[in-house]
Design a protein around this ligand. Structure first.
Ligand code: FES
Length: 121
């Protein structure tokens, strides 16, 4: 089990291997996921205060680079819960112009993940 502490919400015990965006939404966190979890939209972004994963999908790295967000946020649709983390949703539905969060992301990471390591801060 991994402990996920979400600023403004609470701390949750999450089954190892759970996709972070799904874990957050399943616990009532006001998440956006406009592209359905395909590393395209960046609306599922979170900022970490502890336990930021070193593992990063190539899709996440490339999208964050493209949007000039690398080193600033992470994409919760590209992260698996396998250790304790503390984070804050960086683009909640309630603070956006969207009226619904987007298609439900699949249970496992999409697209098929190719893994790399996040660049050193
Ligand atoms: S990048 Fe779109 S849901 Fe994660």
């Amino acid at each position: 089990m991994a402990r996920i502490e979400v600023e403004g919400y609470g701390t949750y015990e999450v089954e190892d291997g759970t996709r972070l965006v799904r874990a957050l939404e399943d616990h009532g966190v006001d998440m956006l996921h406009r592209c359905g979890g395909y590393a395209r939209c960046t609306t599922c972004r979170v900022t970490f205060t502890a336990g930021e994963p070193d593992a990063m999908t190539v899709a996440e790295r490339d999208k964050l680079l493209e949007r000039d967000l690398l080193g600033r946020v992470r994409l919760s649709c590209q992260i698996v819960c396998d250790h304790d983390m503390a984070l804050r949703p960086a683009m909640p539905l309630g603070s956006s112009d969207f009226t619904e969060p987007g298609p439900t992301p699949e249970a496992t990471i999409t697209p098929e993940p190719e893994w790399t390591t996040r660049p050193a801060p």
